[in-house]
Design a protein. Sequence first.
Length: 129
Amino acid sequence: MFSSIAYAMGTPPGGAEGGANAMLANFAPIILIIIIFYFMLIRPQQKKAKLHREMLQNMKKGDPIITSSGMYGRIIELDGEEALVDLGEFRVHIGRNYLNALSPNQKCPVPLKKSKKKAPVIEEENDEE
């Protein structure tokens, strides 16, 4: 008597028949969202970071640049992770990572003329005690 009722019920969901297909169908939207995020967000960001690293490595003395704060200048010296940049009136030390891009030549200040008086160098004061 009970055996005929058991056959009428069929296989339980996620059982032996169609279990793998049903599980794949449940995870397909999540997998699709991960793939979309990779191609729309992660991959372009990695490409941009790679181009920025290459630009920083290929900088040389005299290159016109734009800082991340939007100032236009020209590189005077490169020393490890620091650069001395001529901003026209001033020369400032800037970390290499804060140099945003190479700029077109027409927007950069004219290099300072050689004179007896040097342009002031602005440096951060450390108030550490």
